[in-house]
Design a protein around this ligand. Structure first.
Ligand code: ZN
Length: 258
């Protein structure tokens, strides 16, 4: 892949790169465009060093059950040779860039999926690049939350004059894709809140909520993480379990027949 990317760069040099958030599948290519301006929100830049390629490689290579668990999620990724390359420019809230004569607006909408999610809006092209604020065909995963921020980000896009929506995962879509993600989040928020109020523990709530029309989405086990985000928003004292426990819960929910 590195070689192919070098050929692409030679043919069409990249001068400006935006990291929409800190997950590796959205910033581990930074070293390939090290001559470019790399722009991210301050919160994203800060979060970027917390999970390193070496840590992920270590989890994939771990012996026993833990290695097996993580290879189930990340086994397809090769983390070797990746040098964490930091943004060269950070912003808070909103930043307008001129890229090749076109206005490109960066709009920080996190914390939501992560702590610093950014939408990239190109008004002249009536296009928005959403990063992982949209998963199309897969289940959104709310690592940071609150869900209300993410729902507000969807509402912001639904109010834009846009025809083309490029998600972080899945096929290019339009406002229908935005509405579908909003519907999922609003449903989980309502269902998890009702169970919180009834005194049900988060993990029991995640197993109890009927996914209905959302059962067809891939990675449905992410509801375990999403219910945790709802509980944290409702009770600042709520402590979510470790990342290993969260991945164990997701795996349990996605086991065939679960
Ligand atoms: Zn992603």
């Amino acid at each position: 892949m590195l070689e192919a990317m070098a050929q692409v760069r030679a043919a069409a040099p990249i001068s400006t790169l935006v990291n929409t958030h800190a997950n590796g599948d959205h910033c581990y290519g930074n070293q390939l465009v090290s001559g470019a301006d790399i722009v991210a929100s301050t919160a994203t830049a800060r979060e970027m060093g917390e999970v390193t390629p070496a840590m992920l490689a270590g989890l994939n290579a771990a012996p026993g059950e833990i290695g097996e668990l993580f290879r189930g999620f990340f086994g397809a990724f090769d983390f070797s040779g990746i040098e964490l390359t930091r943004p060269t420019r950070t912003f808070d809230g909103r930043l307008e860039l001129d890229v090749g004569g076109r206005t490109v607006a960066l709009i920080e909408v996190g914390p939501a999926h992560t702590r610093g999610d950014t939408l990239v809006h190109v008004p002249e092209a009536r296009t928005v690049y959403t990063g992982d604020i949209l998963f199309i065909g897969g289940t959104p995963v709310v690592w940071a939350g609150p869900l209300s921020n993410w729902i507000a980000a969807c509402d912001l896009m639904l109010g834009m004059d846009i025809a083309t929506v490029v998600p972080g995962h899945g096929p290019v879509t339009d406002k229908r894709g935005v509405a579908a993600v909003r519907d999922y989040l609003a449903y989980i928020d309502a269902e998890a809140t009702a169970r919180f109020r009834a005194g049900i523990r988060a993990w029991d709530a995640a197993r109890d909520i009927a996914l209905g029309e959302f059962a067809e989405l891939r990675e449905r086990g992410r509801i375990a993480v999403n219910v945790e985000a709802v509980y944290r928003a409702l009770d600042p004292a709520h402590r979510s379990p470790s990342i290993v426990e969260l991945f164990q819960r997701m795996a349990a929910l996605e086991r065939p027949g679960a």
